[in-house]
Design a protein around this ligand. Structure first.
Ligand SMILES: CC(=O)SCCNC(=O)CCNC(=O)[C@H](O)C(C)(C)COP(=O)(O)OP(=O)(O)OC[C@H]1O[C@@H](n2cnc3c(N)ncnc32)[C@H](O)[C@@H]1OP(=O)(O)O
Ligand SMILES: CC(=O)C(=O)O
Length: 526
């Protein structure tokens, strides 16, 4: 445990994935996506879910309408986002403000200008009118029975330019009834050192403060924590750090740091233990691949490759891990590569159910792995091929079929018609069989032929489906004679596995990965 600030009596975890997260380039969410994501966010135990900006577009308006009947939130309260009223108008007659009321969200989060130049040059109004916009909009929404938070846009840059005015905006919001005034690092350029100083200075206003950081300096999580240490009671962020430009503070990292490092009791442990599943499910919905290196929840967050790490992990897993991965629903993985030592092999063997405690056996397998990796195999990405190698080295590999010969032909006719055919002969339990097949390419034709010949004798292959096929040239600078590595992903529904093949001939390399994929599936998931 590190030296930590005291937990405030009330602390808000405020998620803005559905609003600020949706401002990420390339991210497009339907109302159904947002409703599903809100359910995921609720599982995480966050205090507030900002659903969008009702009135800004039909989808966000519809989200709040449908949320009333389609969402059954157990932990979170829904918040609607909008801006202070237009200059020169009144909050009571501003259609955007009315849309916030109509959303029926119990919480409204208003964005307000707090940087003097943004008021005069972007809003094109006076500093006094901007204060009136804040006061009028907050008090109107409070009168309408809403809890109101105010996001002070560009607060930190504004504070540097004109601290007195930035503080006046905070005071205006507080005096009008805002429950929390959120200091926003809108351009994301702050560093943690300055963050604490400015937040402490604003603390003198005496209103609950929040923090909203963008990640343009790569410090969004650190800045959020610095603000928390300086006394804010509300932190905003997005799942997977989605957001405009370089994104927002990754809310899961901020939350996990506070709960696991500060020891604050913010969400039920079971919610935090769902974090990895939630982040991956949300990544599925957004169709934005979750980086393996995402802190806490990425697939590599607790993956160990180096031999020295594995040898210490064998003694105590936490020697190379900052937390127990299960606390956030993740798990430790041992990677097999040319950087592996005996310990990696032993731990991976144990993970796969093999006893490799004999040092000599483990050392021999380590040498084989290194030798094969040196000619292009990669076991890090192909657990299934590693298991076949392991079984072979241990003398327990019982192949369900043996390939006797195979052949593939690609023809391009003068008439413009192309055709590809393959034939495969195998023996299964001493019985020989052959099949021919065509396909829309040599690998596809070989796959059809192998499936055709095996299925009558080994019907499980009917459930196998190839889901991905990747080829990589291993020696840059070579032309078409380069060695290639082929990786094939296969599934039978509940399980998925990856196999590798290597060779100078892409069809041979593909065939090796393909035949291993069928063999592994029949051995492991028969
Ligand atoms: C820092 C942030 O991320 S804040 C959130 C930003 N998110 C978004 O902008 C996404 C949703 N936005 C939208 O759909 C549209 O911009 C709308 C519906 C809000 C407004 O659209 P339009 O009426 O066409 O105006 P437009 O987007 O061109 O300009 C924004 C207007 O709001 C005004 N405005 C900007 N901030 C504020 C504020 N805090 N309070 C009051 N008015 C504001 C601008 O001065 C401008 O006024 P103008 O129309 O008189 O020029
Ligand atoms: C309000 C907001 O999203 C920002 O200032 O970044």
């Amino acid at each position: 445990m590190v030296t930590t600030p005291h937990a405030p009596e009330v602390f808000h975890i405020y998620d803005t994935t559905l609003r600020d997260g949706a401002q990420q380039e390339g991210l497009r969410l339907s109302v159904a996506d947002k409703l599903r994501m809100a359910g995921c966010l609720d599982r995480l135990g966050v205090t507030f879910i900002e659903g969008g900006w009702p009135g800004a577009n039909p989808s966000d308006t519809e989200f709040f309408q449908r949320a009333r009947t389609e969402l059954d939130l157990q932990h979170a309260t829904l918040a609607a986002f909008g801006s202070t009223r237009r200059a020169g108008a009144t909050a009571a007659t501003d259609p955007q403000v009315q849309a916030l009321v109509d959303s029926e969200a119990p919480v409204v989060c208003l964005v307000a200008k707090s940087h003097d130049r943004h008021v005069t040059d972007a809003l094109k109004t006076t500093l006094e009118e901007n204060l009136a916009m804040v006061t009028d909009t907050v008090s109107h929404l409070v009168e309408q029975g809403r809890r109101v938070f105010v996001d002070c846009e560009h607060f930190f840059d504004g504070y540097r330019a004109n601290p007195a005015y930035a503080l006046e905006v905070v005071r205006a919001a507080a005096e009008a009834g805002a429950e929390v005034v959120v200091l926003c690092d809108t351009n994301g350029g702050m560093l943690p050192e300055d963050m604490g100083e400015i937040v402490s200075a604003v603390g003198e206003v005496g209103v609950g403060l929040g923090i909203h950081c963008h990640n343009d300096s790569g410090c969004a999580v650190a800045n959020s924590l610095a603000a928390v240490s300086a006394g804010v009671m509300h932190v905003q962020g997005t799942v997977n750090g989605y957001g405009e430009r370089t994104g927002n503070a990754d809310l899961v990292s901020v939350l996990a740091n506070m709960q696991l490092k500060y020891g604050w009791d913010l969400v039920p442990d079971s919610c935090l233990a769902d974090a990895t599943a939630v982040c991956h499910e949300i990544a599925e919905i957004t169709n934005v691949q979750l980086p393996g290196r995402q802190p806490y929840v990425g697939s590599s967050a607790f993956a160990h490759k180096a031999g020295l790490h594995a040898s210490a992990i064998k003694v105590d897993a936490n020697m190379y891990q900052h937390i127990e991965p299960e606390l956030v629903g993740n798990s430790m993985r041992m990677l097999i590569s040319d950087m592996a030592g005996r310990a990696n092999i032993q731990l991976k063997g144990a993970e796969l159910g093999f006893d490799l405690s004999d040092r000599e056996v483990a050392a021999r397998i380590t040498t084989t792995v290194k030798q094969r990796e040196s000619v292009g195999y990669s076991y890090e990405a192909s657990d299934a091929s590693f298991e076949l190698l392991l079984r072979d080295e241990l003398g327990v590999l019982e192949l369900p079929f043996h390939i006797l010969d195979w052949d593939v032909a690609v023809r391009a006719g003068r008439d413009g018609k192309d055709s590809t055919s393959a034939s495969v002969t195998v023996s299964v339990a001493g019985q020989e069989a052959s099949a021919d097949a065509s396909g829309n390419g040599p690998v596809n034709a070989l796959d059809h032929a192998l499936r055709t010949v095996l299925e009558p004798m080994l019907p499980r292959v009917g459930d196998f489906e190839l889901t991905d096929y990747r080829v990589r040239i291993l020696e840059q600078g070579h032309g078409t004679d380069a060695t290639v590595r082929v990786l094939i992903d296969t599934t039978d529904g509940p399980h998925a596995w990856t196999t590798v093949g290597v060779g100078e001939n892409v069809i041979e390399a593909s065939w090796e990965a393909l035949a291993d994929a069928y063999a592994f599936g029949l051995i492991r998931h028969a």
